[in-house]
Ligand binder design. Sequence first.
Ligand code: CP3
Length: 376
Amino acid sequence: MTRVSPAPLIKSGLDPALEPSALTSGARFVRACLRRPVDRTPVWFLRQAGRYMPEYQAVRKHHTLLEICKQPRLAAEVTITAAERLDVDAAIIFADLLLPFECMGLPFEFQAGEGPVVHHPVRTLDDVQRLRTDRASELGYVAEAIERVVAHFKDRLGIIGFCGAPFTLASYMIEGGGSRNYIHTKTLMYRQPAAWGLLLDKLVAVLREYAAQQVAAGADVIQIFDSWAGALSVGDYRDFVLPATKILVREVQALGVPVIYFGVDTASLLPAMRETGADVLGLDWRVPLDEGWRSLDYACAVQGNLDPITLFAEPELIRRRVHQILAQAGGRAGHIFNLGHGIVPGTPVENVQAVVKFVRQYSHPSPAPLIGGARG
Ligand code: CP3
């Protein structure tokens, strides 16, 4: 269902009459995505529900990753437990980037220690032509999990739905799993432009519908993960990836929600990524937040960007790093605190909680209302 009314935004406290001092976590998060003033910087974490967390491990002992994803009761429970344990401003639905592959006719599995494996990778125009785009409704279990999370939190927390970006998903389809040099992906991209174009179009068609299901279920924001976009030169990103990604971003925004667009190792790509029109760009930790934001002319919000491995340090160093990132954001409206990439297994939960505490302690109300744009 395509929703163009501003209803979901108002649900999240975006009524312009609302004082920033009276914000719920959900309103604080969504307002920051749209660069509206907030009472303090909102915070959540990439991979906040994952193996570092004993509660997740306990569920995982009895279920595979895909079982958790496909049983809305379990997916909702894992999502809610992580958000409550950390006391963050937003909950990202527990799912996986690769779930849409199945309904496109491309089965995969997670092999212990190896990550995802696609058994019959896509390598030819024929392979691309065989991919189905008419079965996105089979992903309804993710929307059902979102409904449960929304029923639990109501408007209190921001609810984040997500999907992969065309390039990153295409890379898993073509490589058959993770990759170092993306040789098969780039070979298809350079040598079979018709197959590449059709593949990205098909992905956009499925992802648009998948995102629409999530928004209809109550997601306040959609994050689009282009985790491996950093493997591309700026020129290749512009020529082969930006056009399809821009279409997806625009179509998700047309559902009435802000879009966060995230990738890793993207310092040089940021200005091109901004051309997608995403409301928020995720910054990885390699670029200082102030430099990254400046390279975007402050024309969108930013999310990030503590190095996730900092969470293995002493609390005092973590405190200084959090302070430094908030100082770099400079109190501008439109900063969402997060890591530069996901929490890794073995991370002490108390250090993640400490980050939340430090963000609360050091962030302040954003300055005077910024009607019509951010401060330069
Ligand atoms: O709180 C959360 O963020 C959890 C929800 C979530 C998962 N996957 C569950 C998961 C999210 C947002 C994802 C996205 C995802 N999946 C990405 C993009 C995010 C990023 O890191 O940039 C990617 C590239 C994938 C594909 C994927 N899924 C890989 C490469 C792996 C293996 C990683 C590993 O460390 O083994 C997964 C498995 C996966 N998906 C786990 C979780 C919690 C690992 C834990 C498990 O096996 O239970």
